[in-house]
Design a protein around this ligand. Structure first.
Ligand code: ADP
Length: 193
């Protein structure tokens, strides 16, 4: 199997690059952001709870997010592995994911691929996306800046944990989409079993 953690700040292009990786390596994407948005759209209990955090640009509590992720990982799939997009976002979630992959998939995380993009570029991209995405968390600069602050205070340490395990690779997330995809492919090829 290949199990990729796709990592980076909000607006770094994880969703876009996940699509390329899925096709190239036959993977299933699990995006916690997409799952929350699906639940918010359908006004489920989980969606209502998540909305109270997401609309402020805050992270949803670990346990809620992890339970949702476990349900997805348990669904049968015939792909070669998974792309975890938007999870883990805290040190605790990093430990949870290790356990989930081990116990449910009987496997390990292959690599954490990190997209690096400057903060001001992120803000610009997210404000632009907000013009058409309809996402409440893209709608104003204060919420966007709060998401970036959450990233630095709670999420950036996830990278350190994968670095310690020798499972971390950074790719510049600014440039042509296709060119960035090729760099990510090369990193995956290095760790393919
Ligand atoms: P972005 O486009 O900012 O990278 P996502 O679409 O991945 O964001 O997620 C949107 C929001 O959903 C996040 O700002 C956060 O509130 C919530 N969320 C997504 N994944 C997680 C997670 N792993 N832990 C906590 N909250 C999460």
């Amino acid at each position: 199997m290949i199990n990729i953690v796709l990592f980076g700040p909000p607006g770094s292009g994880k969703g876009t690059q996940a699509q390329h990786l899925i096709e190239k390596f036959n993977l299933k994407q699990i995006s916690t952001g997409d799952l929350f948005r699906y639940n918010m759209k359908n006004e489920t209990e989980l969606g209502k709870l998540a909305k109270s955090y997401i609309d402020k640009g805050e992270l949803v509590p670990d346990q809620v997010t992890t339970d949702m992720l476990i349900d997805e990982v348990k669904k049968p799939t015939d792909t070669r592995g998974f792309i975890f997009d938007g999870y883990p976002r805290t040190a605790i979630q990093t430990q949870s994911l290790e356990k989930i992959v081990k116990e449910i998939l009987n496997d390990d995380i292959s690599v954490c691929l990190s997209l690096v993009v400057d903060d001001e570029v992120l803000v610009e991209r997210l404000l632009k996306r907000g013009e058409t995405s309809g996402r409440t968390d893209d709608s104003n600069e204060e919420i966007i800046r709060n998401r970036i602050t959450e990233y630095y205070t709670k999420t950036a340490e996830v990278a350190e944990l994968y670095k310690q395990q020798g499972k971390y690779a950074e790719v510049n997330g600014v440039g042509e989409i296709e060119e960035i995809a090729q760099k990510l492919f090369a990193e995956v090829e290095k760790v393919q079993k």
